[in-house]
Design a protein around this ligand. Structure first.
Ligand SMILES: Nc1ncnc2c1ncn2[C@@H]1O[C@H](COP(=O)(O)OP(=O)(O)OP(=O)(O)O)[C@@H](O)[C@H]1O
Length: 853
């Protein structure tokens, strides 16, 4: 271990005097807290996460909240922000006592929060996320949304505001935080909570953030700043509160304690050193890894050798290719050249091959790539090493649990049980799980991208020690970090990247924090972003929601052209009219399906519902009816059946918590049963006048088809340019994020199911023109095409993605296939072969395209 004295010197070098603005107590004004947390208690099952916590925050004050992983910081702040209901205690914001858990109420009272796991919706664009992220009264008109979003994010970097049209799923983790922070600050809040805001930010962005926090405080805003980077907290905070095991242990002015004293308070013990002892220079080192002429999209490394027993750091300003290089070594991303580990050459671009060659990777994007969400901690810990405890592919559970328990003990992972979901762990403990999984495979080359992000000071030392012991036992570690102090304290050698190339190497005496910072700054030149922007525009279209619609439209035209060339009747007005009429029916049910699928649900009942409406129409809209009033009442009855079915579907799914596919299957069966009871045999002519109106055409174009297209365009507009549309997409894309944004998920789902059943009324009207009388079996054939049309058009069955324009083109293609097979005199079975084949092709193609992007 290195002595504490030398670490103290490193810390002293950092010029740690607080740089906050005027302290609130220095102004002499009467002090009234703007945020008061009183007696907050919270349990998660057996975990007592918060124990009668009291905390006050005053206007203009920056409070640093520190504590080890799992101490309860995020839980406390989620309670303050209304996204978590405490078991006991009260939250008061700007004198307003909060009632229950309601993020929107807290936001309206003036509290903004930046979560450790950003409350962003991946399938929504940057500007749409900004829109949903501010209080309702501050939202701009949709016409000015892009410009407004650009001005919000320009507060961070006026040169590079975030492009408004980019979906959040395409943003790098650091830019997601820039967006999350910009969004939080947009509403001129009275209290801002920043939960580990700098873990993913580049060095420049950290400085911008700290300056922003100071400015906010000077303007009277109160800030809670949570971080494990003690020197950062000391730089910015007026007062520091230490949370341990769910209780506040100490609160003191930031300048009254040294970094080391705070570190010891957080850890709850005296830490002798911040970094483990480095490798002793032995003169001769055995080369373990050789990289030669290694070229990828953003880097080009001629030669780099890593030695056994060595920890090598990767430094550089964000975006200089160091991250792409590290990922390419792990087999993620395209690269050419040579990489050998030991005597063996590693095939490139194949992560499983890299793993077989002893390369383990700890990713930077913990939420996106590091953890298997919704799986238990046990599976997350052992995912890489399962073959070790398996015989003939059957896992020995005892051995697996024992190995996981061992990892848990070695890294001190705080958890209630191995079976708990990974998401129930605090952020830092999740990071330890990701780290533990990689280490368990005893890698020859460990690649770690920001391995200590979100990890507390005590555990940080444990991770450093584990990295060191990996090296000491003959392995090699390559660590990318934006923290120069971490690199200088931990690594034996640091490689600095600039413009994708190795620009400098530091080791021995030269390897100091100052030297790394200097090398990083002086060897860096700015990249041209224009080409990247152009490239991403094309990629955005290819992976966006309209590309599938374009493909389907072209496919429909091609099919039409083939049919027309083979059969002269294809282009007759009669044929085109009936083709478009049938298209209208499919289009309505496909749009109904799309509304529900957008929320992550599915509605199997659309077909039988349309059939039931036709049956009911044979009673309430009979041939004998002659008055307009009677017709209106009949159609109103159909609408009421639609609304009631939508509400019933929703209630079944919401209150019994059964999956939508089961819930709507139940409705499917019930509706079909009712239809058969009402009309065991087809019969009962439907009103002739009504049918004539429904079949009305302009030229060869039926008005029903025009109505379908108009409705599709209207719904598309609503989806992209109304708050309802954004809520629908948000709920499907990421329900947890939507909840934190204050979206009422239950009500949004209700509107979706009711809207879908409402649209089915239109499909039923088209169906009536085909049957002319009540027929219980008429609608069944609608359910499957409604799903096929939207899946063909690129909708995600998990929600959040798809388009109504796509649903229209999907419906058109289905009808084209039906018609063309007849015109080409193909067997009817071909309709099914072609549709099935196309669906498989489309689903595979889109998912490959999107996952590649
Ligand atoms: N949804 C949940 N279900 C079960 N346990 C939870 C849940 N959320 C938090 N916990 C537990 O509550 C405790 C406090 O967690 P919290 O996330 O508040 O810690 P933290 O201080 O923010 O830690 P970190 O610094 O690692 O982010 C932890 O033991 C955690 O496992």
């Amino acid at each position: 271990m290195r002595d504490a004295q030398s670490d103290q010197t490193v810390l002293a070098d950092l010029a740690l005097a607080p740089e906050g603005g005027t302290r609130p107590e220095e102004t002499g004004e009467e002090r009234r807290p703007v945020l008061e947390l009183a007696g907050i208690e919270k349990h998660f099952g057996p975990v007592h996460a918060l124990k009668a916590v009291n905390l006050e925050l005053f206007p203009g004050e920056i409070l640093g909240l520190v504590g080890e992983n799992g101490a309860g910081k995020s839980t406390l702040m989620s309670v303050a922000a209304g996204s978590l209901l405490p078991d006991a205690g009260t939250v008061t914001i700007a004198g307003q006592r909060m009632d229950g858990s309601d993020p929107e109420a807290s936001r309206s009272a003036g509290l903004a929060i930046v979560y450790q796991d950003p409350a962003l919706i991946p399938d929504l664009r940057v500007d749409e996320n900004c829109y949903l992220g501010v209080p309702e009264k501050q939202r701009p008109k949709f016409a000015g949304l892009a410009a407004w979003s650009r001005s919000l994010t320009a507060a961070f970097s006026s040169e590079n505001p975030l492009p408004p049209a980019v979906p959040v799923r395409d943003l790098q983790p650091d830019k997601r935080f820039v967006l999350e922070i910009s969004k939080a600050l947009a509403g001129n809040p009275k209290v801002v909570i920043l939960d580990e805001p700098t873990e993913h930010l580049s060095k420049d962005d950290v400085e911008i953030l700290l300056a922003t926090v100071r400015r906010l405080a000077e303007q009277g805003c109160a800030v809670v700043y949570i971080s494990h980077r003690i020197h950062e907290v000391k730089r910015i905070a007026h007062r520091i509160a230490v949370l341990r095991d769910g209780a506040i242990k100490d609160t003191f002015p930031a300048d009254q304690k040294t970094d080391r004293e705070i570190v010891n308070l957080v850890a709850g013990k005296h830490l002798a050193a911040l970094f483990p002892e480095k490798r002793k220079p032995t003169g001769e080192s055995e080369t373990a890894v050789v990289v030669q002429d290694f070229v990828g999209e953003n880097f080009s490394v001629q030669e780099l050798a890593l030695h056994r027993g060595e920890i090598v750091g990767l430094a550089g300003i964000e975006g200089q290719g160091q991250r792409d290089f590290l990922r390419a070594l792990a087999g993620l991303g395209k690269a050419r050249g040579r990489l050998s580990v030991g005597e063996r050459e590693v095939p490139l671009g194949k992560p499983w091959k890299s793993a077989e060659h002893g390369i383990a990777f700890v990713p930077n994007d913990r939420h996106g790539e590091g953890i298997f969400t919704s799986m238990p901690i046990l599976a997350n810990l052992t995912a890489r090493t399962l073959p070790k405890f398996s015989r003939a592919s059957i896992v020995d559970l005892k051995q697996e649990v024992a190995a996981a328990q061992n990892l848990r003990a070695v890294l001190g992972i705080k958890m209630s049980s191995l079976d708990a979901p990974i998401e129930s762990l605090s952020g830092g403990n999740q990071q330890k799980v990701v780290m533990a999984r990689s280490l368990a495979s005893e890698p020859t080359l460990l690649l770690a991208d920001e391995p200590t992000q979100g990890v507390d000071v005590g555990a940080r030392l444990e991770i450093y020690e584990i990295l060191r012991s990996t090296a000491d036992s003959g392995g090699t570690a390559l660590v990318l970090s934006s923290d120069a102090m971490e690199l200088s304290g931990l690594c034996d050698r640091v490689v600095v990247f600039s413009r994708g190339q190795v620009a400098a190497e530091l080791e021995g005496e030269e390897l100091t924090e100052k030297a790394i910072t200097h090398a990083v700054l002086t060897s860096t030149t700015t990249r041209s972003v224009a080409a990247a922007t152009e490239r991403s525009r094309a990629r955005r279209f290819l992976t966006g929601d309209y590309f599938p619609a374009a493909i389907l439209a072209v496919a429909s035209l091609v099919l039409g052209a083939v049919a027309a060339s083979q059969n002269e009747f294809y282009l007759t007005a009669f044929n085109l009219n009936s083709l478009l009429m049938l298209f209208a029916g499919y289009a309505f049910v496909a749009m109904a399906q799309q509304v529900v699928m957008m929320t992550g649900g599915i509605d199997l009942s659309v077909g039988p519902l349309a059939g039931l409406m036709v049956v009911v129409a044979s009673f309430v809209l009979p041939a004998s009816l002659s008055s307009y009033g009677g017709l209106a009442v009949g159609i109103l009855v159909l609408c009421l059946i639609g609304l009631a079915t939508g509400a019933a579907n929703w209630a079944l799914i919401e209150f019994t918590k059964i999956p939508p596919v089961i819930g709507t299957l139940i409705t499917f069966t019930l509706l079909q049963g009712i239809s058969l009871v009402l009309r065991p045999e087809p019969g009962g002519a439907i009103n002739g006048n009504l049918l004539v109106w429904l079949e009305a055409s302009a030229g060869f174009v039926p008005l029903a088809a025009v109505a379908a297209v108009v409705l599709g365009l209207g719904l598309e507009f609503a989806l992209r340019r109304t708050a309802w549309g954004l809520r629908l997409r948000a709920v499907g894309s990421r329900p947890a994020g939507a909840k934190r944004l204050g979206i009422r998920i239950r009500w949004t789902l209700l509107t979706a199911y009711v809207a879908a059943s409402g649209i089915v009324v239109l499909a039923a009207l088209v169906l009536m023109t085909q049957t002319g009388s009540g027929d219980a079996s008429a609608g069944i054939s609608y359910t499957l095409p409604s799903i096929t049309a939207v899946v063909l058009a690129g909708a995600s069955v998990f929600g959040g993605r798809g388009s109504f324009v796509g649903a229209l083109t999907g419906a058109l293609l289905i009808q084209q296939l039906n018609t063309v097979t007849v015109f080409l005199a193909l067997d009817e079975a071909w309709q099914h072969y072609l549709l099935g084949g196309l669906t498989i092709l489309a689903a595979g193609f889109y998912s490959r395209l999107r996952s590649k992007a």
